[in-house]
Design a protein around this ligand. Structure first.
Ligand code: MLT
Length: 240
């Protein structure tokens, strides 16, 4: 008999230790902007992405042939790096075949915290491919929201609600996780207009203060779709 698998939602990278079971498939979510950037970079031909925890570790790759180094802290790019953390860095850019070394405030930390699991990354760019893969794989799933410096953010759980809805529709999943039910309620409240619903959210306001509203629009409602599922293999994200 095919038993239903479980969906859990973890609201911050720091809380992951309460969900870790070394069995579930972990989907890392950092909608504004790390996992949207990761999807875009692979779509534009990046060969692999090395998520690192510190600026110094990322800088150690600077200038190496075939490498791009990108860093963001508090939504801002960091002096001395090739890129910040905008998806637009990768569109129509010379990134084909390159290896991207990436460090961000929360997203790359979430990936690190989940490293003892099967880890894939998701965004609205590849959500349909991720949902299909998870349904085909039929394993317990932890939707890991990156949050912001250890606290809840609004956009990642809304995305988790979108992905959870797709999984529940397959009738192959169930959940006993209030965070998942809350995520679906948040998605319903947004009524399909995430950009306006998130007007007062902390990270949209942070990005707006840096004139990055176009990044927000892109990540919430991307003009591109991709079947590429980034998966963590050792210290690198590669195409599944
Ligand atoms: C994060 O890691 O929290 C985000 O990617 C930050 C950002 O890019 O604005």
């Amino acid at each position: 008999m095919n038993t239903k698998k479980n969906i859990s939602v973890c609201f911050t990278a720091d809380q992951f230790k309460k969900y870790a079971d070394r069995k579930s498939t972990v989907v890392v979510i950092d909608l504004l902007r790390a996992t949207s950037v990761i999807s875009t970079a692979f779509m534009e031909g990046v060969k692999a992405i090395i998520p690192v925890q510190t600026l110094d570790e990322a800088l150690s790759y600077k200038g190496k042939d075939g490498y791009i180094v990108a860093a963001e802290r508090n939504a801002k790019p960091i002096e001395g790096f090739d890129f910040g953390n905008s998806p637009f860095h990768y569109i129509n850019a010379d990134v084909e075949g390159k290896t991207l070394v990436l460090t961000t405030t929360n997203g790359t930390k979430a990936i690190y915290n989940a490293r003892e699991h099967k880890v894939i990354t998701a965004s609205y760019i590849n959500i349909d491919a991720v949902a299909k893969h998870l349904i085909d794989e039929h394993n317990d799933v932890i939707l890991l929201c990156s949050g912001w410096k250890g606290v809840f953010n609004l956009e990642d759980p809304i995305f988790a609600g979108s992905l959870a809805k797709l999984l529940l529709k397959s009738d192959k999943y169930e959940s006993n996780c209030d965070s998942m039910f809350a995520s679906i309620q948040l998605l319903k409240s947004a009524e399909g207009d995430l950009f306006n619903y998130l007007s007062d959210s902390s990270h949209r306001r942070r990005l707006k203060s840096l004139n990055l509203e176009d990044d927000t629009r892109f990540c919430l409602s991307p003009p591109i779709k991709s079947d590429i599922i980034p998966i963590l293999k050792g210290d690198k994200l590669v195409v599944l």
